[in-house]
Design a protein around this ligand. Structure first.
Ligand code: XUL
Length: 526
């Protein structure tokens, strides 16, 4: 009899899913998505990012995310096939690391959002900074090195926070904001992640941060689940007073604000702490058990899994985050050349996705021994600041070789750099937009030599958010539901697993080593 809503605010779009949970029914009853560039061209973003003269900066307008939230709530109110008063709880997933800087009036204004005005028009007066740096930002290398030096080096920072300093992480971004604009930093009263900012708009008050998303900031003591004084001191002055409290991911952080009840007729449903997209995907792909590797193919490609113990990635290209479903941990490696790299090849040869897939199907596994390092833009893993695609044996005019080159390159990089999380996964759980492409998943199965499962609900982050809302509401209402029950009810494989082909896997066993050597030699040459 209960409806739970899950949102996913990603780099390029906002999605919503509603699930119906009763004794007899457990089903997704509504889904909707809004693509930022298409629906809100007035914000001037491309792929969700503003043009910027600041080299390496990737900035988005927080008012755009608010406009999309307002719009999707209007769509739910108008089109959802259930009475709104059945909605019990709402949670969300958001792109990780991005930060929103709010001023001293924000607390007061959040409590008084005017239901007769658009949400987007009410966001600029909340802000101490009109833009939010997001995860694609690569402009803070200097800040990363300074923070690491202040705490005793990259390994020391990784031992405290789960990651060495990364350009896109919130701590280095805060340090840059403080050094660029000390006045703006002084006017900042609260720094939210994208997740806690959107949850604050729903609840009409500053809400806390969930422990999972907070672990992507280079600021949290992972073992303690609390802000690390050493990391905060290394980042910017008086930072503790500007950060929200950290809570377990299943915390109810408020109720839907009067803005939503008066504007659209929503009930005062519980708002459950939002979390990061990869963390919600752990729930939405049922990675709550060990031995499974999740791979999300989106604007970023990520490989992740639950971890039994805290093992910091030796070359430190990966991260350890707090799990959103337990007091345990998850490992993650992130690649910035995901869907935009695949699209760059598709567009260079004027293909559509059907033609792209045909070329992939018709070309030989292993690409005749040719290789591509798919660094169309700056890369996070391995760190590549100056982009440039490197080809070994691939003719730039050969469509099939380039299509296969980009997909194989991405999969081999993922296999190479996710070994520290799981050296030989028994099964891969695939999600994200490109997981709809069976040919890409075939290459994944062959490169990893493991079967690949995909799921009825393709947006695992969004589903994971709705499932987290259910789990948190059940817990808070005194009738807890186990994670096994939560995921078994909704995370259903779509068809049979895609098995690896033995001969292809043998080709990749060799090619993966050559890829690693090629990558190392190119990085060595700078
Ligand atoms: C993960 C990361 C990206 C974003 C994309 O560390 O930076 O996957 O979360 O939304």
């Amino acid at each position: 009899m209960a409806i739970y809503l899950g949102f996913d605010s990603s780099t390029q779009s906002l999605s919503a899913i509603a699930i119906d949970v009763s004794e007899s029914t457990r089903e997704v009853v509504f889904a909707h998505a809004i693509v930022f560039d298409d629906v809100f061209p007035e914000f001037g973003t491309r792929h969700g990012i503003l043009p910027s003269a600041d080299r390496g900066a990737a900035l988005s307008p927080p008012a755009l995310w608010a406009a999309a939230l307002d719009r999707i709530m209007a769509v739910i109110a108008a089109e959802a096939p259930f009475p709104l008063d059945r909605i019990r709880a709402i949670s969300g997933s958001a792109q990780q690391h991005g930060s929103v800087y709010l001023n001293g009036d924000a607390a007061h204004r959040l409590e008084r959002l005017d239901p007769d005005a658009s949400l987007a028009s009410q966001v600029p007066p909340l802000l101490a900074r009109d833009v939010a740096p997001v995860w694609m930002d690569t402009s803070t290398t200097r800040e990363c090195r300074a923070i690491e030096a202040a705490v005793g080096g990259p390994a020391a920072l990784a031992a405290i926070t789960g990651s060495r300093a990364f350009e896109r992480f919130t701590g280095p971004q805060i340090r840059k904001w403080f050094s660029q604009d000390p006045g703006g930093y002084a006017r900042t009263h609260r720094i939210h992640l994208v997740s806690s900012f959107l949850a604050s708009l729903l609840a009409g008050r500053h809400v806390p941060l969930d422990r999972g998303d907070a672990s992507g900031m280079n600021l949290m003591d992972l073992a303690a689940g609390a802000w690390s004084p050493a990391a905060l001191d290394a980042t910017a002055p008086a930072l503790a007073s500007k950060l929200p409290p950290i809570v377990p991911s299943w915390t109810i952080v408020g109720a839907l604000a009067p803005y939503w009840t008066r504007r659209y007729g929503f009930p005062a449903a519980k708002v459950v702490a939002w979390s990061g997209d990869n963390l919600c995907s752990v729930v939405g792909t049922a990675l709550v058990a060990e031995g499974r590797l999740g791979i999300s193919l989106g604007t970023s490609d990520t490989a992740f899994a639950s971890m039994p113990a805290c093992t910091i990635d030796p070359p430190a290209s990966g991260h350890v985050f707090a799990s959103p479903h337990s007091r345990g941990l998850m490992g993650l490696t992130c690649f910035s050349n995901g869907s935009l790299a695949r699209e760059a090849v598709r567009d260079a040869f004027a293909l559509d996705w059907t033609a792209f897939s045909d070329l992939l199907r018709r070309s030989p596994a292993g690409n005749r021994g040719c290789l591509m390092l798919p660094w169309f833009g700056p890369e996070i893993t391995p760190p590549v600041a100056r982009p440039g695609v490197r080809r070994d044996g691939i003719d730039t005019g050969d469509a099939a070789a380039n299509v296969r080159g980009v997909v194989e390159g991405q999969m081999m990089a993922m296999a190479l750099h996710s070994r520290w999380i799981q050296s030989s996964p028994r099964v891969i759980h695939a999600t994200g937009g490109a997981a709809a492409n069976e040919e890409i998943l075939r290459v994944m199965a062959d490169v990893f030599d493991a079967p690949v499962l995909r799921f009825e609900v393709g947006n695992a982050a969004c589903l994971g958010a709705a499932l987290r809302a259910w789990h948190a509401d059940a817990l808070a209402s005194g009738s807890p539901v186990s994670w096994d029950e939560v995921t078994e009810s909704f995370v259903h494989p779509l068809g049979a697993a895609i098995p690896p082909i033995r001969e292809h896997a043998a080709v990749y066993a060799d090619l993966r080593q050559r890829y690693a050597a090629f990558e190392a030699s190119v990085l060595e040459r700078g």
